[in-house]
Structure formats: structure tokens, C-alpha cells
Design a protein around this ligand. Structure first.
Ligand code: BGC
Length: 486
């Protein structure tokens, strides 16, 4: 009993340290929302008598990171298989650390963009290596909760970045401090990972059975012999069938690939980051902040309740994911998200811009949308991609799914405003009635429709992985049975 308790603590510690990678993912995607408001007016960065950085330049500073993440995700898929999960996380941590300092010290726009690209590469690598690492060291009965600690860390990172932005909003060149704060979690991750073990599955596949055994003992895997036996059988089968890239095209791997790509597509195309990245913009369009004194502070403030609710309900998800299972949470979450999205769509489409109903309906619906995302697609998309791929190509498969996540993110974030314009048109600005602004209603209806397709996808294709070991899941796919039959 004591032994089990100790091991539980050890495994939670492993997940918690690795999850600093998730925290950095959240922090560095969130921090820019506030930092950019100061960067665009910083006289040290302006050239040729500019009043403000051109919008196009601002867009580059913001979005280059998402592109970097897509490249990072795909570029290092093989590296996690070749170098091992642990080494990759250590290298990533130090990349984050150097980039935090680089960003804080950047004195030209070009340098800012280069460092933001480097941060993006690190985010991309972290976003798949962390869930991969945690899922491979976790005992199967607690894997859902442990991998979801990563999503919790992402949301804590986003929330912390809003707080840090708020804290430095009134500082001169406050953006430098905002970026520099990222150094602290980077060092914790880098130094912490030195003391953590490599995963037993990777050790068995690429090193030796003896080393794998040692780690399984440390984490207290109760079915050690069974797990080792299954890893052995799977590796033998995989060897017979060929190398990893070839394997990715194998017929039995296709369903896993479809699940990975599908969940990431739906996670992003149901619009989460329009709210995470654009909530100040949406609130402003709904009529908040009329006549505010401090525009920077005021633009960051409404994000706080969103960030907080996101964290709280991710904790709820951690408690539920191994009890209720993945699919019930996906059904519940997607249904709530669809209802909230339709409500935002209706608010923008049918209410007059000066109507208080628009303001409160859109705010309430956004605050309701977040918990439904946080108990479902938020953690479960990352969890599923860490579960469905066979060991030998888990790194590669997850990196493809992760790349789909980042590319989808990029497309949604970059088309949100124009989608609103194309589908619902323009309306008078509630802040400045003489000015025309984009009406966002249509964009939200489209995300809701995609949510409905997501529900169908879950019902017809997603397996319930709760309680199954990674080896059992792999065997199921190898047998060629339909994913849902697991
Ligand atoms: C998503 C991010 C999103 C975050 C919000 C993550 O699972 O991948 O794109 O910003 O959740 O909590």
C-alpha cells in the first residue's frame, strides 16, 4: 500500500514537471495578446517616423509563432523517436529559455519576429512531446487524468499570461518583462527533466528491456510483466511490417491517423481560439468598454474570467476523464459548445448593436462555451492522440496530428474576421456608431455546424480508450477491427 502511494506521488511529480512544457505552450501563445498592445506603440521599434507598427507587421509578430509551432510539430516527430522523449524535452526547455531572453532583449522588429518563430518551434515540439511522454510513463488506469494535467498546464499558462500582461501593462516597455517571465517555467522544465526517467516504452523499443523494467518498477506499474510482454509482441510485429514511415501508410494504421487528424481538426475548427485570442475584440464589438479610460488594461481585463473558467473546468475534466470515459465527455462538451456558438451567432445576427441583449448574450454564451470545451475537446483531443498510435510510430503519428492542430489554428485565427464579414456583413460599431465594423454572427454559425459534424465523428469513429492499456489499443487496431469496437 505504502509502495503504491509512493509511486502514485512519483508519477504525479513526473507529469507535473513535464507539464511545464504545456504551461509554456499556454503562456507563450497567450502572452502576445497583451504584449502586442505595447509593442505596436514602442518608439524604439518604430522607424521612419511611424506612429505605430503597421497592422501587417503586428499580424506577423502574433501569427509567426503558430506557424513555427506547425513546423516544430512535424519537424521533430522523428527526433522524439530517435533521441527519446526526455532529451527532446530538455532541448525544448532550453530553447524556450533562450527565446524568452531573446524576445525580452529584441531591439528590432526583425529580431522580434525571429525569436517569436523560435518560440513557436519550441511550442510545437512541446505540444506533442509532453502528452507523448506522460502517456508512456503513466499506468493505464490513471493515464487520462495524468495526460490531462498537460491541458491543465496549458490553461494555467494562458491564465498566467493574462495576469502577467495585466501586471506589466502600465510599465514602460512592459512587453519585455512579459516575455522574460517565460524564463522561469523554462528553467523548471529543463532542470526538472534532467532528473526524470525516459519512458519504458521508448527504452524497450530503442534501448533495452532491462532499462524499461527499471522505469516500470519506479512508476509502480502493477501489470509489469503483462505490459512488457505486450510491448515485446507489438515490437516484433512492427519489425516484421517495416520501418516507421512505411508503417504510417499501413492499412491498419489509417484509422488511428484519421482519429488523430479528426480530433485536432474539430478541436480547432469549433472556434476555441477565436475566444482565447480575440475575446477583447469580440467584447468590444458587442459593446463593452465604451468610454474606457485605459485602453490596454481594459482590453486585457475581460479575458480574465475566460481564462479562469478554462482552468477550473480543466480540473473537472481531470476528475471525470478516467471515470466517465472520453466519449461521454465529448458528447456533453460538444453539445454545450454547439448551443453556446449558436447563441453567440443569434446574438450578433438578430440583435441590434445598441441592444444590451447583444452584450450580455454574447458574454454569457462565451463564458458557457469555455467550460464545455475544457471538459471535452480541450484535454481529450491531446489525450486521444497520445493513445491511438502504435509505439513505433507514436512520435511520428502524434506529430502529424499536432501539425494539423496548429495549421487549423492558424487558418481559424486568420479567417475569423473575414469569415464574419463574408457571412453576416458589417454593422455600426457600438463604441463609435459612425463607424462600420464586422458582424461576427456568421462565423459562429459555421463553427457550430462544424461542431455537429464533430458529434457525428465521435459517435461513428472514436473508440472509448478508458481503462485500456496502450498495448491493448494497439492490438485492437492491428486486428483490423473498427475503432469503435474497442
Ligand atoms: C488547444 C489550444 C487552446 C487551448 C485553450 C488547447 O487544447 O490546443 O489551441 O488555446 O486548449 O485552453
Amino acid at each position: 500500500m505504502e509502495q503504491k502511494k509512493y509511486n502514485k506521488g512519483f508519477v504525479i511529480l513526473i507529469a507535473a514537471i513535464a507539464a511545464f512544457g504545456g504551461l509554456l505552450f499556454g503562456f507563450d501563445t497567450g502572452v502576445i495578446s497583451g504584449a502586442i498592445l505595447l509593442i505596436k506603440d514602442d518608439p524604439n521599434l518604430l522607424i521612419n517616423g511611424m506612429q505605430q507598427l503597421p497592422e501587417r507587421t503586428q499580424e506577423w509578430i502574433v501569427s509567426i509563432t503558430v506557424l513555427g509551432a506547425a513546423i516544430g510539430a512535424i519537424g521533430s516527430g522523428k527526433i522524439a523517436d530517435n533521441l527519446g522523449r526526455k532529451k527532446v524535452l530538455i532541448i525544448t526547455a532550453f530553447t524556450f529559455a533562450i527565446a524568452s531572453v531573446g524576445l525580452a532583449a529584441a531591439n528590432t522588429v526583425t529580431l522580434l519576429i525571429i525569436w517569436r518563430l523560435i518560440v513557436g518551434l519550441a511550442i510545437g515540439v512541446a505540444s506533442y512531446t509532453v502528452p507523448l511522454y506522460i502517456s508512456e510513463v503513466s499506468p493505464s488506469h490513471a493515464r487520462g487524468a495524468l495526460v490531462s494535467i498537460n491541458q491543465l498546464a496549458i490553461t494555467v499558462g494562458i491564465f498566467a499570461s493574462y495576469l502577467v500582461d495585466l501586471g506589466f501593462a502600465d510599465f514602460e516597455e512592459g512587453w519585455r518583462w512579459m516575455f522574460l517571465v517565460g524564463l522561469v517555467p523554462s528553467l523548471i522544465l529543463g532542470i526538472g527533466m534532467f532528473f526524470l526517467p525516459e519512458t519504458p516504452r521508448w527504452l524497450f523499443s530503442y534501448r533495452s528491456e532491462k532499462e524499461a523494467r527499471k522505469v516500470l518498477d519506479k512508476v509502480g506499474e502493477s501489470n509489469k510483466e503483462e505490459v512488457l510482454e505486450k510491448i515485446k509482441v507489438n515490437i516484433r510485429k512492427e519489425k516484421k511490417e517495416g520501418g516507421s514511415l512505411k508503417e504510417l501508410r499501413a492499412k491498419w494504421v489509417r484509422p488511428a491517423l484519421l482519429i488523430g487528424i479528426g480530433v485536432m481538426f474539430f478541436q480547432q475548427f469549433t472556434g476555441i481560439n477565436t475566444i482565447i485570442y480575440y475575446s477583447p475584440t469580440i467584447f468590444e464589438m458587442a459593446g463593452f468598454g465604451v468610454g474606457a479610460a485605459d485602453p490596454v488594461y481594459n482590453a486585457i481585463l475581460p479575458s480574465l474570467p475566460i481564462g479562469a473558467v478554462n482552468v477550473i473546468f480543466t480540473v473537472v475534466a481531470i476528475f471525470l476523464v478516467d471515470r466517465w470515459g472520453r466519449k461521454p465527455l465529448l458528447y456533453l462538451g460538444l453539445s454545450g459548445m454547439i448551443a453556446a456558438l449558436v447563441t453567440i451567432g443569434i446574438a450578433f445576427t438578430f440583435f441590434n448593436e445598441s441592444d444590451v441583449a447583444l452584450k450580455w448574450m454574447s458574454f454569457t454564451a462565451m463564458i458557457i462555451y469555455i467550460p464545455f470545451f475544457a471538459i471535452s475537446l480541450g484535454p481529450i483531443a491531446w489525450l486521444l492522440i497520445s493513445e491511438v498510435f502504435p509505439t513505433k510510430i507514436r512520435g511520428l503519428g502524434m506529430s502529424i496530428a499536432t501539425m494539423v492542430n496548429w495549421i487549423s489554428n492558424f487558418i481559424v485565427a486568420n479567417t475569423f474576421l473575414s469569415l464574419g464579414k463574408a457571412t453576416t456583413g458589417m454593422m455600426a460599431s457600438p463604441v463609435d456608431p459612425g463607424k462600420e465594423i464586422i458582424n461576427l454572427g456568421g462565423a459562429f454559425f459555421i463553427y457550430a455546424a462544424i461542431g455537429v459534424l464533430g458529434l457525428i465523428f465521435v459517435a461513428t469513429y472514436i473508440p472509448e480508450t478508458k481503462g485500456h492499456s496502450l498495448e491493448e489499443i494497439e492490438e485492437h487496431f492491428q486486428s483490423g477491427k473498427h475503432p469503435k469496437k474497442l
